[in-house]
Design a protein around this ligand. Structure first.
Ligand SMILES: Nc1ncnc2c1ncn2[C@@H]1O[C@H](COP(=O)(O)OP(=O)(O)O)[C@@H](O)[C@H]1O
Ligand SMILES: [Mg+2]
Length: 352
């Protein structure tokens, strides 16, 4: 195969914009330039798309959009796979994209919208397609699909909408779930808008924080257990499933944004500190969930593992954090697939 034109999408109109910058910088630093001509496309926080031709360091420091950027257009015409770049003087340069790696997390980038746009244009895209991305982004829809496939236990939950108000949410949650509760937006990531609620006094504040992210929220029973994550890679229908990792959140109340990205509270264990049979069960369950949700390419499947030895599915991430120190690449590394090879295999998988 000759050299391919690879589009790398980063940034995006999402609360996980910054996480995407780190993931994209790592990817750009490790992608094999002998195999790919890279077109780096940045999306600003307000959703504007630009080809970025500056130094990758400027993605990391967040100043990328200040210069060396050109507005881009994606043609919806199927099969042209065309990116138009608006150069100085109004000239449009045409680029054919062979494949795109959307290094986007959260809303717009991970929720099927970008996947839908690229599939209309007929551009092969790394990772899940439009439907699976959308279902996996909405934690309530994910739960419904996983429940109907009868794979594994999940936290009991009620779904509430902002249009019905906080009082409606409180009444139903107190009747059906009870304290302590865990409240989270249906579509979010990086723990933004998530809180543990021990009693009625903090309920309204927690509900408002979740509604600030999404008009649809989940109020779940609070699960106490280890946090377990499994990485899945799909190539032509064949799955590579990692051992489970365990995240120890230290003294944090749960795995919140601060613990994920800022403090050095957390530590991790690969494999998770659970017995071998439980490890195998977690990996096998992750594969079943990946398949039931119609995922492709990659996903990270997250669970709790209780002191009683029960595995409980929490959520799935179709575009998980992708720096070399992020859990997905680390778990694949443990399975013998290095970071650059992983990038390559994901791109090949998209072209299948
Ligand atoms: N039902 C629950 N009980 C206890 N803790 C929870 C529950 N749901 C989520 N959490 C905690 O909140 C974190 C973030 O929630 P999660 O559903 O994974 O959303 P995100 O997409 O933001 O990562 C989890 O890693 C876990 O620490
Ligand atoms: Mg999570």
């Amino acid at each position: 195969m000759g050299k391919l034109n690879l589009g790398i999408l980063f940034g995006g109109k999402s609360s996980e914009y910054e996480v995407s910058l780190s993931s994209a910088y790592a990817l750009l630093s490790n992608v094999d330039r002998e195999k790919y001509d890279v077109f780096t496309i940045g999306i600003t926080k307000d959703g504007k798309w630009y080809l970025f031709e500056g130094d990758a360091e400027r993605i990391l420091d967040g100043s990328w959009f200040e210069s060396d950027v050109y507005e881009v257009l994606v043609s919806p015409s199927y099969g042209r796979r065309r990116l138009g770049v608006l150069r100085e003087g109004g000239r449009i340069e045409k680029v054919t994209l062979d494949v795109v790696f959307p290094v986007l997390h959260g809303k717009f980038g991970e929720d099927g919208r970008v996947q839908g746009l690229l599939s209309v244009a007929g551009i092969p895209t790394v990772g899940c397609g439009c439907t699976a991305s959308a279902v996996c982004m909405d934690k309530a829809l994910t739960k419904t699909v996983v429940a109907s496939a009868d794979i594994v236990r999940q936290a009991r939950a009620v779904v509430a909408y902002s249009r019905d108000g906080a009082e409606d949410a409180r009444r139903r949650a107190e009747a059906e779930i009870g304290y302590p509760m865990f409240i989270k937006p249906a579509s979010s990531g990086s723990s933004v808008g998530c809180s543990k609620v021990k009693d009625g006094s903090t309920f309204d504040k927690a509900v408002q924080a979740a509604f600030a992210e999404d008009g649809k929220i989940l109020i779940e029973e609070c699960i106490t257990g280890r946090e377990i994550e499994v990485a899945v890679l799909e190539e032509g229908g064949r799955l590579t499933v990692s051992v489970p990792a365990e995240i120890d959140v230290g003294s944090s109340e749960f795995y919140d944004y601060e613990t994920k990205y800022v403090s050095d509270e957390s530590s991790f264990y690969i494999p998770a500190r659970i017995d071998e049979e439980a490890q195998k069960n977690a990996s096998a369950t992750a594969a079943k969930i990946f398949t039931a949700l119609g995922c492709r390419g990659l996903s990270r499947v997250d669970f709790f593992y209780t002191a009683e030895g029960e595995l409980i599915f929490n959520e799935i991430n179709t575009l998980p954090g992708f720096t070399p120190i992020s859990m997905y690449p680390k778990l694949m590394g443990h399975a013998g697939i290095g970071y650059s090879e992983l990038i390559d295999r994901l791109i090949r998988s998209a072209l299948d």
